[in-house]
Design a protein around this ligand. Structure first.
Ligand code: ZN
Length: 191
């Protein structure tokens, strides 16, 4: 198990389409080791999710894990460690919700992103068994952020740009001026 270096904005691996794994690969010791590295790296950097391209591996693997006692993520609930291989998203409710998103690969920045509020994810687990999960609210946004990485998409691509109004800020300025009010519909997260 090793803590791996995080790929940052500008590294081409973040813009590639991650390749899907076949059954033999999914069950291989190499993939098990890679997933262990992803978990160690996510824990080291305090993320709530990580996609394989973020550690320079262009493969269709993402992990998610968070606790509900994290004060940064109000009303988020908790999510035990999920390992998703070759995941696919289906939107169940296209009504959008907004979160100020951050990303280990785009450090020191936050952007307000609107995404569908309820989705289904079909994927394979580490035994190559097909599984599915339905997610809404905070968890739905976390899944969509992570799975975007597998398609070479970053949260900054989803900002609604408007002259003078682009919702992007450095973390410090975000905390000073833009943190959503307690009763706001808008939440926040960092993968
Ligand atoms: Zn990210």
């Amino acid at each position: 198990m090793a803590i791996r270096k995080i790929a940052r904005l500008g590294h081409p691996v973040l813009r590639q389409i991650a390749r899907e794994l076949n059954v033999a690969e999914i069950r291989s010791p190499e993939i098990k080791r890679l997933v262990e590295d992803m978990i160690a790296t996510m824990h080291e950097y305090g993320g709530i999710g990580l996609a394989a391209p973020q550690i320079h591996e262009s493969m269709s693997i993402a992990i998610i894990e968070f606790e509900d006692d994290n004060p940064r993520y109000k009303d988020s609930g908790s999510q035990e460690l999920s390992i998703l291989i070759n995941p696919k998203i289906t939107v169940l409710d296209p009504d959008e919700q907004g979160f100020w998103e951050g990303c280990l690969s785009v450090p020191e920045l936050r952007g307000l992103v609107y995404r569908p509020r309820k989705i289904q994810v079909d994927y394979f687990d580490l035994e190559a068994k097909p599984r599915k999960v339905v997610a809404e609210g905070f968890l739905a946004t976390v899944f969509q952020h992570e799975l975007d990485h597998l398609a070479g998409t970053l949260f900054i691509d989803r900002l609604r740009n408007a002259p003078g109004l682009t919702p992007l800020a450095f973390t410090e300025e975000y905390q000073r001026y833009l943190t959503p009010a307690e009763d706001s519909e808008i939440g926040e997260l960092t993968d």
